[in-house]
Design a protein around this ligand. Structure first.
Ligand code: ADP
Ligand code: MG
Length: 314
């Protein structure tokens, strides 16, 4: 709590997107930004910095994510997006700064501990098991957070069937049981396929289903729709929003596809050279000259971003 208070004293704008803003000079917002109450704060990054040798991958990054909020992280290649997810998930420790999950300091907690706290993720480099089927991947995610020591695999598998019947009687809305996820993401037709036989877009959906099956409370997605068609990406954006709202899952999604980012998120945080250059409502952030310049360079950074949006790079 003390750490949280110390962090908040120096943190930057975190009002959930009331207006876009440019990264101020250190200290400039200390009085300007009112401190929001703790209710519903899922994650807080306080002055996080990470270097790789002489390269600063994250430069004094601070922002807050509320429960059930979908926040997009955008920025050109090398901006620090994947490093940011690594720092939140525990794959990498920052050299400076603090990471708070539900007000607990997890800066030094391992990735396993954070996953047990309900922080799930997918990776930019797909890492499915080539010898496992689609349904086995989703089952793996489902079983991952439900620790049942001493149970055999066969007995643990029965939990899937329990989940299926629970789903049948559950309230309305998108479910997180393996079958519901596979159905919502259109994976039932390939349920028995080995992951190695899947096109990359379908494999991304399997990875998303696996991550959601673990019932995360904070889900980190690194380019989840790369390789999907426009229609598939649109459907995935709608599903992500629904599932986040219905289950109050906070989502941090790194994505180059700006149409997806606009459709799927409540708020965008733009990074450039590791620093936050904007944080606010998607349309407003995307219209900012600094954001357009970061993506497209000075010459094209004019007019509304609608003129230049799409897939700027890969
Ligand atoms: P993004 O995901 O936005 O493309 P990254 O987070 O992957 O960017 O990288 C941010 C910066 O950190 C880049 O300059 C990249 O070259 C560097 N970087 C990332 N990972 C490593 C690493 N393991 N070793 C050295 N440099 C790295
Ligand atoms: Mg990346």
């Amino acid at each position: 709590m003390v750490i949280a208070q110390l962090c908040r004293r120096g943190r930057m704008h975190s009002d959930g997107g009331a207006s876009p803003w440019k990264r101020p000079r250190a200290g400039a917002v200390e009085q300007a930004i009112p401190i929001r109450g703790d209710v519903g704060t899922e994650l807080e990054l306080c002055n996080v910095s990470t270097w790789f040798g002489g390269v600063c991958a994250l430069d004094d990054v601070s922002f807050t994510i509320r429960s059930g909020e979908v926040v997009g992280i955008i920025g050109p290649n090398g901006a620090g997006k994947s490093t940011l997810l690594d720092v939140i998930s525990g794959r990498r420790r920052p050299q400076r700064g603090v990471v708070l999950h539900c007000d607990a300091d997890v800066t030094r907690a391992t990735a396993l501990k954070r996953s047990r706290r309900g922080i799930g993720r997918t990776f930019q480099q797909l890492s499915l098991f080539t010898e496992m089927t689609v349904s086995e991947h989703v089952l793996l995610g489902y079983m991952g957070r439900r620790r049942e020591p001493g149970r055999s695999l066969a007995r643990r598998r029965s939990a899937w069937f329990e989940a299926m019947s629970a789903e049948a009687t559950a309230e309305k809305g998108p479910g997180l049981s393996p079958t519901a996820l596979m159905s919502s993401l259109g994976l039932q037709a390939v349920a028995g396929e080995l992951a190695s036989n899947l096109p990359v877009g379908t494999a991304r959906l399997v990875d998303l289903a696996r991550a959601l099956a673990a019932s995360p409370r904070l889900l980190l997605l690194d380019e989840p729709v790369s390789g999907l068609s426009v229609q598939e990406a649109t459907a995935a954006a709608g599903f992500l929003r629904q599932v986040s709202e219905h289950h109050e899952i906070a989502v941090v999604v790194v994505e180059h596809d700006l149409d997806f980012a606009r459709a799927a998120t409540d708020r965008l945080v733009a990074l450039n050279f590791g620093a936050v250059i904007a944080d606010g409502r998607p349309a407003e952030v995307l219209a900012l000259r600094a954001v357009q310049e970061a993506y497209f360079g000075g010459n094209q950074a004019q007019g509304d971003v609608a003129d230049v949006e799409g897939r700027p790079n890969s």
